[in-house]
Ligand binder design. Structure first.
Ligand SMILES: Cc1ncc(C[n+]2csc(CCOP(=O)(O)OP(=O)(O)O)c2C)c(N)n1
Length: 363
């Protein structure tokens, strides 16, 4: 164990999350990577992609070209480490709203993600074969749905696993406890990834729960819990891969708490400097999850300046392409409000759609 202690809840004693990759880029003495070199390079590129999109998204929002959205900044290892433990062909990602790289890894086009934050109802529908549910803004509502999805797969005899993400704030909602309880009872093949980033907007982790760790609640649901260093790509990957293997083998759910830190604003409508202590940010900045992986890869000569430049250029070009594509799209019609909500539209909703269309035509 690393002895790494979270700075934001010293009053609750030491927590020792599972760590594999040290902040200096070396591996803990008795631990090995569970990702291949190629996976590590791919994961690092995805983390860089996410960071670049955060910056672009903020600047587009300030120009009135993008909606309010929540950056991943600081949490890239937590999201990407978990995503790489899944098989996109059969496993599912059920997101909160701060998991862009996991959605991309599952195969969701960036354009589709952007539509959601442009307020376009077409953003909610993933293309056929992309195993993701839509982004969920209503806190914790995705959790019981994820359990239902996982249980449904199990009843159908599939070997799919569902990874559902939520934050420390969402873990205080009733839906969270109901979902964990139900998953434990049904032994549903689901992995709960609780991203503890220290804050739920301006509410600190210490005000969410008196429990020393969020993962420590797991035995109360009859399921295993794991506390992992959420800024460590390899540790998150290892712990979530273990949980996925257990779920796939019919051994039921796991509650994983990734201990990380939100480096900045909650979303584009927030000003974290009003409540986030500067010394907390300063303490976490050197533990940046991306520099940790980059240092590791550079030390092992798996990443150099030429590769770095090529990767960053590729990322910028892809993001620009997505922006051009969504900005060139025809605006949605009112009928799109009624699509992808239920499989078949009730007669009442059909009536509402016709009424709305008639109103728009007569304007
Ligand atoms: C049911 C519900 N209550 C309140 C909100 C307003 N709200 C949006 S985000 C948020 C904080 C969420 O914190 P956390 O779950 O820790 O996730 P984080 O944003 O830190 O990743 C709140 C209270 C909401 N979206 N849904």
């Amino acid at each position: 164990m690393s002895g790494f202690a979270p700075q934001f809840r010293p009053e609750q004693g030491e927590a020792t999350p599972w760590t594999v990759l040290r902040p200096d880029g070396g591996l803990e003495p008795d631990r090995a990577a569970t990702m291949t070199d190629e996976q590590l390079r791919e994961a690092c590129e995805l983390m860089l992609f996410s960071r670049a999109f955060d910056e672009k998204g903020f600047s587009l929002q300030r120009q009135g070209r993008f909606g309010t959205f929540s950056p991943v900044r600081g949490q890239e290892a937590s999201v990407v480490g978990a995503a790489f433990a899944l098989d996109p062909a059969r496993d599912w990602v059920v997101p909160q709203y701060r998991e862009l790289p996991a959605l991309l890894r599952q195969g969701l086009p960036l354009e589709q993600f952007m539509l959601t934050f442009l307020g376009d109802p077409r953003g909610g529908a993933a293309p056929e074969g992309v195993n993701v549910l839509p982004i969920q803004i209503g806190l914790a509502a995705q959790l019981p749905q994820a359990v239902g999805l996982a249980w449904g797969h199990a009843l159908q005899g599939r070997d799919s696993v569902v990874a559902v993400f939520c934050g420390d704030g969402a873990s205080s909602e009733g839906d969270f406890h109901e979902a964990c309880n139900l998953a434990g009872t049904l032994r549903a093949p689901v992995v709960f990834v609780v991203q503890n980033n220290g804050w739920a907007i301006s509410t600190p982790r210490a005000r969410q729960s008196a429990a020393a760790t969020l993962a420590g609640r797991a035995p109360g649901y009859g399921i295993p819990g794991a506390l992992v260093d959420g800024n460590d790509l390899l540790a998150v990957h290892q712990v979530v891969a273990d949980a996925v293997a257990r779920a796939r083998a019919g051994e039921g759910p796991t509650l994983v708490e990734t201990l990380t830190y939100r480096l900045g604003d909650h979303n584009t409508a927030d000003d974290a400097s009003r409540y986030q202590p500067a010394e907390e940010l300063e303490a976490w900045a050197p533990r940046d999850p991306i520099s940790r992986v980059l240092t590791h890869l550079r030390t092992r000569e798996l990443w150099d300046d030429a590769h770095d430049t090529a990767v960053r250029e590729r990322i910028a070009a892809r993001i620009d392409e997505a922006v051009r594509t969504v900005e060139a799209m025809e605006p949605p019609g009112v009928e799109h409000l009624f699509e992808h909500v239920t499989e078949t539209l009730s007669s009442r909703l059909q009536g509402q759609r016709a009424e709305l269309q008639a109103q728009v035509r007569t304007r």
